[in-house]
Ligand binder design. Sequence first.
Ligand code: AMP
Ligand code: MG
Length: 397
Amino acid sequence: MISVIEGQAHILAQVVRPVPAESVPVAHALGRVLARDLAAPFDVPPADNSAVDGYAVRAADLVPGGLARLRVVSDLPAGSIYGGTLGPGEALRIMTGAPMPAGADTVVPQELAEREEGTVRLEAVDAGSNVRARGEDVRADAVVLASGAVLRPQELGLLASLGLHEVWVHGRPRVALLSTGDEVVEPGLPRKPGQIYDANRFALHGLVEAAGATPVDFGIVPDVREVLRTRLLEAAESAHVVLTSGGVSVGVYDLVKQVLAEIGGIDFWQVAMQPGRPLAVGTIGESHFFGLPGNPVASMLCFLLFVRPALWKLAGRRRLEPPRFTAVAAEPMRKKAGRREFKRGVLTFTERGWEVATTGPQGSGILSSMVVANCLIVLEESRGDVKPGEAVLVEPL
Ligand code: AMP
Ligand code: MG
C-alpha cells in the first residue's frame, strides 16, 4: 500500500520532458503554457499620456482655488502627437491616451474646463494629475511572463499590447483513451441486459480537455487478451499518455494487468485512498500509462489526483497543485484513519463563511454524486470521523 502523496511524487518524477514547444497565434493561445520567458521589447505605455479627455497644461499656470485662463494652441485627436512645446500660458486640448506634449506636466479634465473662443478657463488640479507615466505598466526588457505561465485572457491582452501576434507555447499532450470490459457498450447503440453504457471514456475525455490536453479516442476494448494488447500498443504509438479504465482489480477478466505485464514496465499500486484503490502506472514504449479503476467516481478521482498533474507537467506548467482551502463541516462524516478519503461535497457561502456537506451516498460507482458536487472534501490519512463544526480541506471541482 502506498500513500496518495507518494504515488503523486513517483509519477511526477517519471515525467522528465515536457511536450516540445510550438508557435501559435496569440488569438488561439488561451489555456496554453508559455515555453520561454518573455521580456517586454519596449515600455508600456510607450510615452507619458493623458488619462482623461481634457487640457494638457503646465501646473505652474494653474491658480489654486481659482480659475486660470489659458490660450488653446491646438486640439489633439487620439493617435496624433503635438510637434511643438507647450509654453507658459498655453493649453492643449488632449484626448485620453494621447501622448503628453513637451512642456506639459498636468491634465485638467474637461469637466473642470470652460471653453471660450481660442481660450479656456481651467480649475486647478494637483501638479502631475491625470498623466499616465511611460513604462508604468511594463518596463522595457523586464520579464513580464515567465516560462511555465498559463495564458489566461489577461496574459493574451498583455502579449498583444507588446505587439506580439505569435507566441511560443508547449504542445498539448495527446492522451489516448480506452475503456475496457465486455459489459461496456457505446452510447447510442442498443444495450442488452447485463450491459452498461460507457461513462468513463466520456468523463475522461472532458477531464483531458479541461486539463489542456488533446484526447484521442480508442474506443471500447473487449476483455480479449490479443485485442487489448494490439490496441494498447497502437495507442502508445500515437499518444504521449495512454489512459484505460477498468480491468485493474483482481477479477478473472481483469486482463489489463496481465497484458501490461507483457508489453510495458508497469507497477500495480494499492493506494491508501477511498474511493479508487487499484491503479496501474508505468510506461508502454515512449508513452506514459495509467490504468484507472472501472468505477466511474474512482476513475475520475484517480485522474484528478494522478493523471492531471502529469499532464500539467508534460504541458510545461510550473504549478501542479489545484487550489485548496478550508471549510467548516456542516454534518458528521465517517472517516477511517490510515487512508485519504475524498467525499463529494457541496460548498456554500453562509454568513458564517464557507460550509460544506457531503452529497449523500458516497459509493465509487455513484456518478450522480459528482454531478451534485461542486467540490471534493479531502480528509487526510491521520484523521478519524469528522464532527460538525470541524475544519476540513476542500478542492473546488
Ligand atoms: P472493473 O475494474 O473492470 O472490474 O470495473 C469496476 C466496475 O466499473 C464495474 O462495475 C464495471 O462495470 C464498471 N465500469 C468499468 N468500465 C466502465 C465504464 N467505461 N463506464 C462505466 N462503468 C464502468
Ligand atoms: Mg472490467
